[in-house]
Design a protein around this ligand. Structure first.
Ligand code: ZN
Length: 283
């Protein structure tokens, strides 16, 4: 069930949020709301992912995906603590906790501060406030209250922890492999105008990596998120087209001398993520 929860996140919710699940707006909205099956808020996800992460990819201080301070140091501009020396070891346990922290804590921090990190949320309508609370209550009802009532507290706790930890680990690893590996860049704005030196498309390619492009099973399970370069360039196109698009993108990168970061196998990307964290913990 943990794996399925992550699968819904990758294949239904993520596409729905980007408007690439269907040509009909209503189906995209419904698909986007499946984030509630993960226990997370659709409104917070939309701001965190579609707006902030996709626009300010890997920019320290803005991109919420690399904001796991103080537990993890994701790039060299973040402050280093002695514990980071071991971050490549404890990171895997931390990832198992991320969904739980997200569902029970960070969604509320964002809600009450009306901010995702340093970026203010778009003003929430009355409907948004209702949607936020109804989704939370429904999730707690279905995933906590009802199962405790049916099987008792201890059995529920064991089951819930397994589901949430597996889902958290799978979600975190797949999303992290796209941007925090050895070869991806972490550009900082320069000059008074706070500008990013490269144009948007090049910035996206330099901060993003693909993995296991030939593995159809992985592509299917992770909803095309192993083709993150294509996803970041064309987030509104359905992920089923990414393998075909990737050939064109790769060729264009070659033509213009832009490095296209790709790991042939998923395990290579996982090792590279660990190596990146090891480097950040020591450098
Ligand atoms: Zn996305």
């Amino acid at each position: 069930m943990g794996g399925l929860t992550a699968g819904i996140g990758f294949n239904v919710m993520h596409d729905g949020g980007h408007g690439s699940f269907s040509t009909k707006k209503i189906w995209n909205k419904i698909a986007a709301f499946s984030v509630n099956a993960l226990g997370a808020s659709a409104i917070m996800w939309n701001t965190k992912h579609n707006i902030i992460h996709h626009t300010y990819t890997n920019i320290d201080g803005i991109d919420d995906d690399i904001e796991i301070r103080p537990m993890l140091r994701m790039c060299s501009t973040q402050k280093k603590y002695w514990i980071h020396k071991y971050q490549h070891i404890y990171v895997w346990f931390l990832y198992t906790q991320l969904l739980i922290i997200w569902v029970f804590a960070t969604d509320y921090t964002k809600y009450f501060k009306q901010k995702v990190g340093s970026v203010p949320l778009k003003k929430m309508s009355t409907f948004d406030h209702f949607a936020f609370w109804i989704a939370k209550i429904a999730y707690y009802g279905a995933m906590i209250v009802l199962p405790i009532f049916m099987v008792g507290f201890v059995k529920w706790l064991i089951g819930f922890l397994i589901i949430a930890m597996v889902a958290g680990l799978v979600l975190s690893v797949v999303f992290q492999l796209a941007h925090t590996v050895e070869e991806t860049a972490f550009p900082m704005p320069t000059g008074d105008a706070n500008k990013i030196e490269n144009e948007w498309a090049i910035h996206q390619i330099q901060t993003t990596a693909n993995f296991a492009p030939k593995n159809k099973l992985i592509s299917w399970l992770v909803g095309g998120l192993n083709f993150q370069i294509e996803h970041h360039l064309f987030p509104k196109i359905s992920h089923i087209h990414y393998p075909a698009i990737s050939k064109i993108v790769k060729q264009t990168c070659e033509e213009f001398g832009v490095k296209y970061i790709e790991y042939r196998r998923m395990r290579h990307a996982i090792v590279s993520h660990a190596m990146h964290l090891k480097k950040m913990g020591r450098a």
